[in-house]
Ligand binder design. Structure first.
Ligand code: GUN
Length: 288
C-alpha cells in the first residue's frame, strides 16, 4: 500500500493559526511580539525567503521589520546593528539571513545575537541547551518536523531514527530533538559506509543532504516515516523542485512521506513564528 503523504501546507496553516490566535490575545493586552529579519547583500533566494518570512509575520499580527544592508556592509556596521536590536525592547526575535557575504564571519555574527532573541536557534548557547535538554529556541526546520511527526501521531520514543546530513541548520539539531524525544538516533553523512543499509534500519528517516532524489526505495524499510528536507531545482526547468528523496519509488514502500514542495518547507516558516512568539512571551515573563 502506498504511503500516506503528509500535507505540510495544511499542518503549517494550522500551526500559523495557533500562533496567530496567541498573538491576537497578546495584542488585546497591549503586547505586540516583534520579529526583525536582517538581510545582507542581494542573494536572490535569500530575498525570496526573507520576504516570505516577513509576509507571514505580518499576517499573524507580529510587528515585522526587515533591514536590508548592502553586500559591502562592514563587520562593525553589522555588529552595531545587532547590538542595537539586542537592546530594543520591541524586538523579540532577530534573524540574520544566511549565507552572509564572504567577508563576514557567520559564527561571529550569530554569537553576537542575544540568545533569548535567537529565533533561528543557531547561537551556541541555544545549541548547548538543546543538547543538554534545557529549555531553548530550537532551529525551525527540525522543530517543524517534530511538530509534523506529533501531528500525524508518530511518537519517536523507542524508535530507530536515522538522520542523513550533519549540517548545523538541520542534521545536527534534528538528531538532538529526536534524541530528546527518546528515539535511538544515528547521524549519517558523506563518509558513512553502506548508507542504504543504515537507512533501512530507520523507523524514521530524515534526509537533508541537498542531493536530488538520492534516497530511493532500497534505502527505506517498509512502513517507515520518510521526511524529505531537500529543495533541489531541476535543471532545464523554470520552477520545478525535487527533494533528496525519489518520491515515486519511496512512496510505494514508506508508511508516511513528505512531498517536495508542500512538505517540510511550509513548516519552517510557521515554526519561526512559533519561536518568535515563545521568545516574546519569555521576554515578558509569561509562562510557555
Ligand atoms: N538560510 C537558509 N536557511 C536559513 C535559516 O533557517 N535561517 C537563516 N537565518 N538563514 C537561512
Amino acid at each position: 500500500m502506498a504511503a500516506q503523504v503528509i500535507d505540510g501546507r495544511q499542518l503549517a496553516a494550522e500551526l500559523r493559526a495557533e500562533v496567530g490566535r496567541e498573538v491576537a490575545a497578546l495584542r488585546a493586552r497591549g503586547r505586540v511580539p516583534g520579529l526583525t529579519v536582517v538581510l545582507v547583500g542581494d542573494d536572490p533566494a535569500s530575498h525570496i525567503y526573507t520576504r516570505n518570512k516577513q509576509k507571514v509575520a505580518e499576517e499573524l499580527g507580529f510587528r515585522s521589520e526587515r533591514i536590508d544592508l548592502p553586500a559591502t556592509t562592514s563587520r562593525e556596521e553589522l555588529l552595531e546593528l545587532i547590538h542595537r536590536l539586542n537592546a530594543d525592547p520591541e524586538v523579540h526575535g532577530i534573524l540574520v539571513q544566511l549565507p552572509l557575504p564572504p567577508h563576514l564571519d557567520e559564527a561571529e555574527v550569530i554569537e553576537q545575537i542575544d540568545p533569548r532573541k535567537d529565533v533561528d536557534g543557531f547561537h551556541p548557547v541555544n545549541v548547548g541547551r538543546l543538547w543538554s535538554g534545557q529549555p531553548c529556541l530550537a532551529p525551525c526546520t527540525p522543530a517543524g518536523i517534530l511538530y509534523m511527526l506529533r501531528r500525524v501521531g508518530v511518537d519517536p520514543a523507542g524508535k530507530r531514527a536515522v538522520v542523513v546530513g550533519r549540517s548545523n541548520i538541520v542534521g545536527k539539531p534534528m538528531a538532538a530533538l529526536l534524541l530528546r524525544a527518546n528515539a535511538t538516533v544515528t547521524i549519517c553523512h558523506s563518509r558513512t559506509q553502506d548508507l542504504p543499509a543504515v537507512c533501512r534500519e530507520a523507523d524514521i528517516l530524515v534526509v537533508a543532504v541537498g542531493r536530488p532524489e538520492m534516497v530511493t526505495a532500497e534505502y527505506v524499510k517498509p512502513g517507515a516515516v520518510v521526511i524529505d528536507v531537500g529543495i533541489n531545482p531541476v535543471p532545464g526547468t523554470k520552477n520545478k523542485l525535487v527533494g533528496d528523496v525519489h518520491f515515486p519509488s519511496v512512496r510505494e514502500v514508506a508508511g508516511y512521506i513528505t512531498p517536495v514542495p508542500g512538505g517540510v518547507g511550509p513548516l519552517t516558516i510557521a515554526q519561526l513564528m512559533k519561536n518568535t512568539l515563545e521568545a516574546a512571551k519569555a521576554f515578558w515573563g509569561l509562562a510557555n
